[in-house]
Design a protein around this ligand. Structure first.
Ligand code: GAP
Length: 437
């Protein structure tokens, strides 16, 4: 146990040291449940979103993109059932005043922080209310707790403008906010996070078929993004643990160092949301099927992916320690598509203008194809390798005197080093793009 928690600490410490993730509002002592991505983390986070978008939207014909407001009026959350049901049980310590999620407590009577007596309170709603407009009573709005409602309230707009045929999905990536009682475990449970999710609209009779299809597709994503498949397990969520809108939910759980917990969710939301919004808004959200000449309410399968949990699972899956050339090293075995830096170009020596000029030339050429290329001439080559290994750069390319023709047979070739094996190959500059792909 000590060893695994050690891994969590090592990943958190590497994340801070190398500019992946910083505590939110750090210089003011941090704000619980918020984390900021530093320069490398922002690139990693962005690459994961871009890959998700490619995987689930751009490479498919049946998913349409959408991007909806973060601020959503109370009426929407009343109809969706979130005002009534989106809450967790809470216990408060009568001595120190700390609050806990009751279902997370091993001993529901005793405060884990001070040993005081715990008292259970009414359930705590996780929605963030915000004051909207300049005069009081202009209407309550909430920061969205999930993206899904944006898809449901725009369903008719999409039908009217795009005339999509079932089955089709609406996908978006964006912020969600939840006033978690006890945020914890780094990026795992936070109060502000990105979600990547889509609602897939189907005929009711097809729900089992598409539920299975999306389960398979989610596994393909897990592999593609670089999450260790051996650490992911499906969990059939029981009736009492399912969200109020779901008739069946399968969670994809990940073996985090702090336990096996939810990574992603796949839910069959039935026609619950469209029905509730039709009733509450008075706007007909049914679909006309011109093949069967029938009008009906579509049903929905929803694959939902927490982005921060993806970043965390990718970091934990990629973290490695080994020994290379008699030296201990730490490296992140990111897949090239998500690595913040795809390749680093090294001029062998810093003070040789001809090496620098050639390295710059290669850098400029590769940067046209892949944006995440860097040039590094700082310190000896061994140190540069270690630095790049630690941030997960799959390839290091070294420009040396042979590149310039000292050995005429090697003119216009470079060495390319593989991060995981440390193996080096000599390749022609003209073949570099292919090698990096
Ligand atoms: N629209 C469905 C929905 O929001 P959910 O299970 O409540 O379902 C979806 O959340 C995903 O969001 C989860 O599978 C998890 O990856 C992520 N998630 C939920 N709460 C989170 C939190 N407090 N911090 C970080 N990620 C969270």
């Amino acid at each position: 146990m000590a060893e695994v928690n050690d891994k969590m600490e090592k990943v958190i410490s590497l994340s801070k040291r190398r500019g992946f993730v910083f505590p939110g509002s750090d210089i003011y002592g941090g704000l619980a449940g918020t984390w900021d991505f530093g320069p490398l983390g922002a690139d990693l986070a962005h690459n994961i979103k871009e890959l998700w978008w490619k995987h689930f939207v751009k490479e498919r014909e049946d998913i349409l993109p959408i991007s909806t407001s973060l601020v959503v009026p109370e009426a929407v959350w009343r109809a969706s059932g979130h005002l009534e049901n989106f809450s967790d049980p809470v216990s408060i310590c009568t001595k120190c005043g700390h609050t806990f999620r009751t279902d997370h407590l091993e001993d529901k009577e005793v405060c884990p922080d001070c040993g005081g007596k715990l008292k259970s309170q009414a359930s705590f709603n996780l929605m963030f209310p915000i004051g909207m407009g300049s005069s009081p009573g202009q209407g309550v709005a909430y920061l969205r707790g999930e993206l899904a409602q944006g898809m449901f309230v725009n369903f008719k707009n999409v039908l009217d403008t795009m005339q999509p045929k079932l089955p089709f999905g609406l996908a978006q990536i964006g912020k969600a906010f939840r006033n978690e009682i006890s945020p914890r475990d780094f990026l795992f449970r936070v109060r502000e996070f990105d979600l990547m999710e889509f609602e897939y609209f189907i005929k009711e009779s097809d729900w089992e078929k598409y539920f299975e299809m999306w389960k398979e597709e989610m596994w393909k994503w897990i592999e593609r993004v670089g999450i260790s498949k051996d650490s992911v397990h499906e969990l059939e969520v029981s009736d009492e643990d399912r969200a109020h809108y779901s008739k069946r939910t399968v969670d994809f759980e990940f073996d985090y160092p702090f336990g096996r917990k939810e990574l992603y969710g796949l839910a069959y939301r039935t026609d619950y949301d469209l029905r509730m919004h039709s009733e509450a808004s008075g706007v007909d959200l049914s679909y006309f099927d011109d093949e069967s000449n029938q009008r009906f309410m579509p049903h929905v399968i929803e694959p939902s992916f927490g982005h921060g949990r993806t970043v965390l699972a990718v970091l934990l899956s990629a973290y490695r320690e080994d020994e290379m050339n008699g030296e201990k090293r730490v490296y992140l075995a990111f897949k090239p598509d998500v690595a913040p830096v795809r390749a680093a170009i090294f001029p062998l020596l810093k003070n040789k203008p001809e090496l620098i000029a050639k390295a710059r030339e290669i850098y400029a050429e590769l940067k046209k194809e892949f944006s995440n290329i860097i040039l590094d001439d700082n310190g000896n080559i061994g140190k540069r390798y270690r630095r790049q290994d630690e941030i997960g750069t799959p390839y290091c390319i070294t420009v040396d005197f042979d590149t310039l023709g000292e050995n005429p047979d090697l003119l216009n070739t470079v060495t390319i080093r593989d991060r995981d094996t440390g193996e080096q190959k000599r390749v022609a500059i003209s073949e570099l793009k292919e090698a990096l792909n």
